[in-house]
Design a protein around this ligand. Sequence first.
Ligand code: URA
Length: 280
Amino acid sequence: MTRSQTPNLVTDLAMTATTPDRADAQTRPDDEGRERIQKVLARAGFGSRRACEQLIATGRVTVDGALAHLGDRADPDHQRLAVDGVPVITRPGLVYYLLNKPPQVVTTAQDPEGRPTVVELVPREPRVFPVGRLDFETEGLLLLTNDGELAQLLTHPRHGVGKTYLAEVTGAVEPGAIRALREGVDLDDGRTAPARVHVVQSGPDRSAIELTIHEGRNRQVRRMCAAVGLTVRRLVRTHLGSLHDSRLAPGTWRALAPAEVRTLYRCALETAPDDARPSH
Ligand code: URA
């Protein structure tokens, strides 16, 4: 029996498991596409949000020719923003690919051992890089982009966006293990922040748990599980910040819609500490 024919708990569960707040974040109307003007300007390279608020407060920003005021919102897809009368161009050439990484693919641009890499699964031009990493055996959602600013925001080691994993583990899951994962566990590189954890399915031979973490340490979920006595048989990332796509087949990718990029930026900026925010 091949791997794809093997009945697998995680595959089935990944299609049905829900993380309500994440799902909502993707489907909830985005205030009809309108965002605070300082956020749009900050993303377009006009400095920090605070610096952009100053631009607005000093009367240098217009939306469709009308003076903008602090607190105003605009739809960057449909409205014309200008600073000092010069149109704000959203940066051209940026691409954002959401890949469903299959197992046994490395999350690097080049592998000295010649193993398949994630960049080989997406278009070659323009060149993109993976944001964060999934282990060789880990599957699921991975973002590849040439937008270094977003990558920096998303991968802050302590304050990254929420990442949800479905872990198929050996044996039953004891309540004490779940409690420990929720509270934080001691790893050799320090105690983990509390994780959101729930048991999706529990059985004597195998179980499945869903974990949401914000940190991005090496092999973190596997090590957290090991620390509470759980052996991970299979690990799938199902949510990355505001992104979720249960219909994306393993090994395939799709380009993010502009609204998804905006939502992801918003999600990343909300969690990023000041020192990770764009300062140019
Ligand atoms: N945690 C892990 O253990 N592995 C991954 O690939 C991602 C998170």
